[in-house]
Design a protein around this ligand. Structure first.
Ligand code: AMP
Length: 280
């Protein structure tokens, strides 16, 4: 499998697919796992070829340590992609190539979907995400793109960026793939030992608890239950929020006719993990 690092050579490889064929894209930061592969499989089913981008985007990291320690496993990633049936192009550009030597974020006006939760705790993160996905869409010019609901807020940001930039790319949200413990699969899980992996199951356990009691208990009661559950674990809760699924505005009281989702970010040592779940 050829790994493209330059826009020009990738573009030439994609040229034959431009007329009457469909190109899909799955943007990733690499250290691929079954969660990523589920997106690639779906993209392969729905397109004639799929570009999997592997790029650890510096502008979306607000913590230098997180950027430095982010797992980079290009050889293994390519081997995993080679196990799939279908035409996959790996696009792993250097930052200077993708950003055309100008490695900074654009400043977007995403509204409330960028200011809550991840937006509050990771300054500049969504401008970085919007910028890099826009650059990838412009380099690849796909018909359809695939993103995981694991990063639910990011999925909404990509939808909004695509509308703001008027890019003709369909954005598809895909279900979260989990470990048997229900921990959401994540490249960051590679930084946890067996004991930490087991303990991290508390994240989804709390989301399921929130879903179970969502109808009968108030949001403040659910907050207390979640916070107590984390106190008994080795993880540190950064936030638990219940938000309107459309606006992503966090809420203190439920209202009829609105769909809600629970969101958690928590630390296992220095490793930051996120998850979310629909509440109804
Ligand atoms: P990342 O490499 O973490 O930036 O993720 C690349 C894409 O894979 C994003 O759209 C993520 O939401 C998606 N993704 C990551 N983990 C999972 C998972 N466990 N299930 C489904 N999609 C995922």
């Amino acid at each position: 499998m050829e790994v493209f690092t330059e826009n020009q050579t990738l573009s030439a490889a994609l040229d034959p697919y431009r007329i009457s064929k469909k190109i899909g894209i799955v943007p990733t930061m690499g250290a691929l796992h079954e969660g990523h592969l589920s997106l690639v499989r779906r993209a392969l089913n729905e397109n004639d070829c799929v570009v999997v981008s592997i790029f650890v985007n510096p502008t979306q990291f607000n913590n230098e340590g997180d950027l430095v320690n982010y797992p980079r496993t290009l050889g293994k990633d390519v081997a995993l992609l080679e196990t799939l049936q279908g035409t996959v192009f790996v696009y792993a550009p250097k930052a200077k190539e993708l950003y055309n030597n100008h490695i900074v974020s654009r400043s977007y006006n995403f509204g409330s979907i960028a200011t809550e939760m991840e937006g509050k705790h990771r300054q500049g993160h969504f401008d970085g995400v919007g910028t890099v996905v826009c650059l990838l869409f412009k380099a690849v010019r796909p018909h359809t793109s695939y993103f995981g609901e694991k990063d639910f807020q990011q999925l909404q940001i990509v939808r909004k960026m695509t509308a703001i930039e008027k890019l003709p790319v369909k954005v598809i949200g895909c279900s979260i793939i989990r470990e048997p413990s229900m921990l959401a699969m994540s490249s960051r899980n590679k930084r946890l030992n067996a004991q930490e992996l087991q303990a991290a199951a508390v994240i989804n356990k709390c989301l399921r608890m929130a879903a179970k009691y969502f109808r009968e208990k108030s949001i403040s009661e659910i907050n207390t239950m979640v916070s107590n559950c984390f106190k008994q674990s080795s993880l540190t809760l950064e936030y638990f929020e219940i938000a309107n699924e459309k606006t992503l505005k966090t809420v203190k009281r439920k209202r009829k006719g609105i769909t809600y989702r629970g969101f958690i970010a928590a630390f296992s040592g220095e490793v930051r993990l996120i998850d979310n779940q629909k509440l109804s």
